[in-house]
Design a protein around this ligand. Structure first.
Ligand SMILES: NC(=O)c1ccc[n+]([C@@H]2O[C@H](COP(=O)([O-])OP(=O)(O)OC[C@H]3O[C@@H](n4cnc5c(N)ncnc54)[C@H](OP(=O)(O)O)[C@@H]3O)[C@@H](O)[C@H]2O)c1
Length: 295
């Protein structure tokens, strides 16, 4: 099966690398062609346009910033859907609202293809190691077609409903994960007077129920940030955190729900971005809050 990857940002590049390491025939496309060079050097074919990518692939994975990026990649003049896509299967992995995936699936259907949504839990490291968690929405037969490939990218794949269900699940998963960075910042500010070594402090918190899995995985970044050192390669930046929380707010509004914790966390993170942290690693959110001067 020929696989195409639309979007070779942090996640798309890692997923393409993973699939290439397993011997798949991979073609990639990215708006900024420069970001396909490393993959091309490793043996990936590079499509000049999304239309070409779709033409040369049986299964097309897209993993892009947001709904606007999806619209550009799928519906642009040289988009994935510019030509007939009969028999092709699209696997949309971006973190967006369910409505975005449902509308896209309808457009793909009109062109003769099929689409499932499969946003993922886990970041660059798990993607490279085939250890993501895929939250899938789609028709059973379409999901079954994609499953052998998804199983090579993910440690676990859960088919949770029709198209858009994966997106709902992903937003739910990311909610406690992302607001955690704010709660950790507030917790760190409470123990600031203790003057503990950052590594010891994070080690103590990590060994308690006050830490979700993310602190066990990303604790070293928090320690580095507390010490004013480089946090290492950025896998999920502050602007992406804000984008996801904003998407949750929009989804809640459509469902007639309120998300007061998300709303307040987003205000704090917007402030952090305003102070120049937008492109920094999400671990910086907690640290910048903890460093804030006492009122
Ligand atoms: N990073 C993570 O840990 C993680 C984990 C799970 C899910 N996700 C989700 O996965 C998606 C991608 O995240 P990422 O971290 O890989 O982001 P990223 O590194 O910023 O990559 C974003 C990708 O979207 C493309 N893009 C943005 N706007 C576009 C437009 N208007 N037209 C065409 N392409 C456009 C970018 O192309 P250019 O290179 O040309 O800008 C790039 O390929 C997001 O929805 C994110 O929420 C991320």
């Amino acid at each position: 099966m020929k696989i195409g990857v639309a979007g070779t940002g942090k996640m798309g590049a890692a997923i393409a690398s993973r699939l290439m390491s397993l011997g798949h025939d991979i073609t990639v496309w990215n708006r900024t062609a420069e970001k396909t060079k490393t993959l091309a050097a490793a043996g990936a074919k590079v499509a000049a346009t999304p239309t070409q990518l779709a033409a040369s692939s049986d299964l097309i994975i897209s993993i892009l910033t947001n709904a606007a990026a999806i619209a550009a990649a799928y519906h642009g003049k040289e988009g994935l859907l510019a030509d007939d896509v009969a028999g092709k299967l699209f696997v949309e992995m971006s973190t967006v609202r369910p409505e975005t995936e449902k509308a896209l699936a309808a457009s793909v259907r009109e062109k003769g293809g099929a689409l499932i949504d499969c946003p993922v839990g886990g970041t660059v490291g798990p993607a490279l190691g085939g250890k993501l968690f895929g939250f899938v929405g789609g028709e059973t037969a379409d999901v079954a077609r994609a499953k052998p490939v998804l199983d090579q990218i993910c440690r676990r794949v859960e088919h949770v409903g029709t198209v858009g269900a994966g997106a709902s699940m992903k937003l739910a998963i990311n909610l406690p994960l992302l607001v955690y960075w704010q709660s950790l910042g507030e917790a760190l500010s409470l123990c600031k007077p203790l003057g503990l070594d950052p590594a010891r402090l994070v080690d103590i918190i990590s060994d308690t129920s006050g830490a979700p899995n993310v602190l066990k995985v990303r604790g070293a970044s928090v320690v580095a940030a507390l010490r004013g050192e480089d946090t290492g390669p950025i896998t999920f930046d502050v602007d992406s955190v804000r984008k996801d929380l904003q998407t949750m707010m929009e989804e809640a509004q459509a469902l007639g729900r309120t998300l007061p914790v998300v709303e307040r966390a987003l205000e704090c993170f917007d402030q952090a971005a305003h102070e120049g942290l937008g492109a920094k690693d999400c671990a910086m959110l907690s640290v910048s809050w903890a460093r804030r001067a006492a009122k």
